[in-house]
Design a protein around this ligand. Structure first.
Ligand code: MN
Length: 334
């Protein structure tokens, strides 16, 4: 019943008078990253092509991944206030405690996401209208909808470029552990359609880095997690993903150290360097260095250690929980 978006007497083609039901495509409550933003806009566009009235709507602030150039494309969310009876589509989010406050849980008709944890809940509630898969970017799933509907020739250049950039961002330029062949293929097709230049990844991530550097403490603060005191990882755990970590560290080392030291005596910053596909760890307290050395084969020099692959915080948390070493199991899938 939900597959086609048309319910008797309410949707498109209804013979009844009165307002039509709108399909509101929206995402999380804390902030919109480029994946969520692109998915809202491009999926609403697809639904409209399919004869379903849809709007891309969010009340969340945009984060640094929606860079100056991306904003310059002037694709935007719709100015729309949901009405009683409207239906909701969730993209790039499935945790029902963290979606946009405008969403009415009982009126969610579709979920498209790549975050783990709520697959069973939505499968029971929505059956095949819940599409939650471990994949690099939710944008790849939206691309697949366009392809399956055989409407890809109609996608706007703006939506194509947004989806492509979302895939770049969420896969860390295809170096992230969750990157799949589907992400890579979707990017290729979309980049060709959007006529993206070969140096777009570098330009995009450099621009995001410039935004981060323009308010370094702000960027640190939003991406710092506090772990429990008995954790075998540093209690204050900050992370950022940038194009060139060594340049950022060279310029901002003392600012970073001062701010993190003020947060507590056990701290770590993981700077993912997308250009080099490495992780730079900064930790001055000895106890923090020892915690990390227990989990990874790394060497500390003057408060810094470099890992020859990029490692996300969620992967380190998994390692910490399992108390296993990547030295003995280098290809462990997390
Ligand atoms: Mn995402």
């Amino acid at each position: 019943m939900l597959d086609h978006g048309v319910r008797p007497g309410t949707g498109f083609g209804s013979s009844r008078c009165g307002p039509r039901v709108m399909r509101v495509v929206t995402s999380g409550s804390a902030y919109l990253d480029i994946d969520a933003y692109a998915c809202c806009i491009a999926y609403a566009e697809l639904l409209n092509h399919q004869g379903i009235d849809a709007r891309a709507v969010s009340s969340a602030p945009l984060n640094a991944s929606i860079s100056r150039t991306v904003l310059g494309w002037q694709s935007s969310l719709d100015d729309y206030l949901p009405r009683a009876g409207d239906e909701f589509v969730l993209v790039d989010v499935s945790d029902y405690q963290h979606f946009d406050p405008m969403v009415v849980l009982e009126q969610v008709v579709e979920v498209i996401d790549h975050h783990p944890g709520f697959e069973n809940y939505w499968a029971q509630k929505l059956g095949s209208a819940a599409d939650i898969l471990p994949i690099g970017a939710a944008a790849t799933l939206i691309f697949q909808r366009w392809e399956a509907a055989e409407l890809l020739p109609l996608i706007s250049e703006k939506s194509a470029v947004l989806l492509a950039t979302a895939i770049l961002d969420n896969t860390l330029n295809f170096t992230g552990q969750l990157t799949t062949q589907s992400d890579i293929r979707a990017y290729e097709v979309l980049a060709r359609r959007a006529k993206l230049e070969a140096d777009w990844p570098e330009r995009y991530f450099s621009e995001c880095q410039a935004t981060i550097e323009s308010d370094l403490i702000g960027a640190l603060a939003v991406d710092t997690k506090r772990l429990k005191a008995d954790s075998n990882l540093p209690q204050v755990f900050a992370q950022m993903a940038v194009w060139d970590a060594s340049a950022l560290i060279r310029t901002h080392r003392s600012t970073i150290g001062h701010w993190l030291a003020a947060q507590g005596g056990d701290w770590l910053l993981n700077v993912i360097s997308i250009r080099e596909c490495k992780s730079y760890f900064l930790a001055e307290p000895l106890v923090s260095q020892q915690k990390l050395s227990h989990l990874l084969s790394i060497e500390w020099q003057a408060g810094m250690a470099v890992l020859e692959r990029s490692l996300l915080r969620k992967e380190l948390l998994t390692l910490g929980l399992a108390r296993i070493s990547v030295v003995s199991k280098p290809f462990l899938v997390l």
